[in-house]
Design a protein around this ligand. Structure first.
Ligand code: NAD
Length: 256
């Protein structure tokens, strides 16, 4: 499948899942706008080797004004955004009584409100050009809960609700909106949780095995590449009637 001539914005694509998705879309010929914190130069080089136009916008997606600036940059420098992957996300793990209020606020802002802002701002351009794809990286935690993840689970459930509404509001157009719901993917976000579990004895292997065994029957991590290839499928004509789906990719987590 060719995405030649299309431009994709992947939020939070300087590492982890976002970078995996950006690479799959770039391989298929799309121009890429990367976003995320830290030094973006390695990600830019990796994505640029596929030959499309590549840029990075440093927006903090917790701030609606910076999201608006990033969408304007896409319009100005790339002629518009055809594929939006709402991927940026953070995690904090604590029981609800001890959950820091400011962490709640930032998880809701980054994992949920940013999806609303980016979607509302790209849709007019997609409607004008008559084609678009919005892919929201939710989580199995958009469909089930786990202890100590109040803000994350609430935000991800919200993302799946928002995905359905956007899918309905665009149902009679060539724009689709879907969510992917990964189980455990070994990225910096999950490595922090493994580090927390390994604090007692420093045994990373044990911590990794136990993390998987609790939830993910395959006992293997999902890879960013696999999520990239699925995103590519959602951009295809074959997926044009996949609308409002919450597609779990979770090694069997939700089958239990
Ligand atoms: P990660 O920590 O590797 O990457 C997160 C990316 O988001 C980074 O590029 C970071 O710079 C960026 N980011 C963080 N806060 C930002 C902000 N305020 N503004 C702009 N960019 C910001 O995490 P990941 O595991 O790749 O997670 C990506 C998405 O996948 C998240 O939405 C996460 O909830 C979801 N997810 C992850 C897993 C998993 O097991 N890793 C499972 C299910 C869902």
């Amino acid at each position: 499948m060719s995405l030649q001539g299309k431009t994709a914005l992947v939020t939070g694509s300087t590492s982890g899942i976002g970078l995996g998705i950006a690479l799959s879309l770039a391989k298929a010929g799309a121009n890429l706008i990367l976003n995320g914190f830290g030094d973006a130069s390695a990600a830019l080089v990796e994505v640029a080797k596929y030959g499309g136009k590549v840029g990075h916008h440093p927006a903090d997606v917790a701030d609606p004004a910076q999201i608006a600036d990033m969408i304007s940059y896409g319009r100005r420098e790339f002629g518009g955004i055809d594929i939006l992957v709402n991927n940026a996300g953070i995690q904090h793990v604590a029981p609800i009584e001890e959950f820091p209020v400011e962490r709640w606020d930032s998880i809701i802002a980054i994992n949920l409100s940013a999806v609303f802002h980016a979607s509302r701002l790209v849709l007019p351009g997609m409607r004008a050009r008559g084609w678009g794809r919005i892919i929201n990286i939710a989580s199995v935690h958009g469909l089930v809960g786990s202890v100590n993840k109040a803000a994350y689970v609430a935000a991800k459930h919200g993302v799946i609700g928002l995905t359905k509404v956007v899918a309905l509001e665009t149902a009679s157009t060539n724009i689709t909106c879907n969510a992917l719901c990964p189980g455990w993917v070994l990225t910096p976000l999950v490595q922090q949780q493994i580090d927390q579990r390994a604090l007692s004895d420093g045994d990373q292997d044990r911590a990794r095995r136990e993390l998987l065994a609790e939830k993910q029957p395959s006992l293997e991590f999902v890879s960013p590449d696999q999520l990239g290839e699925l995103s590519l499928f959602l951009c295809s004509e074959a997926a044009s009637q996949v609308r409002g789906a919450a597609w779990n990719v979770d090694g069997g987590w939700l089958a239990q």
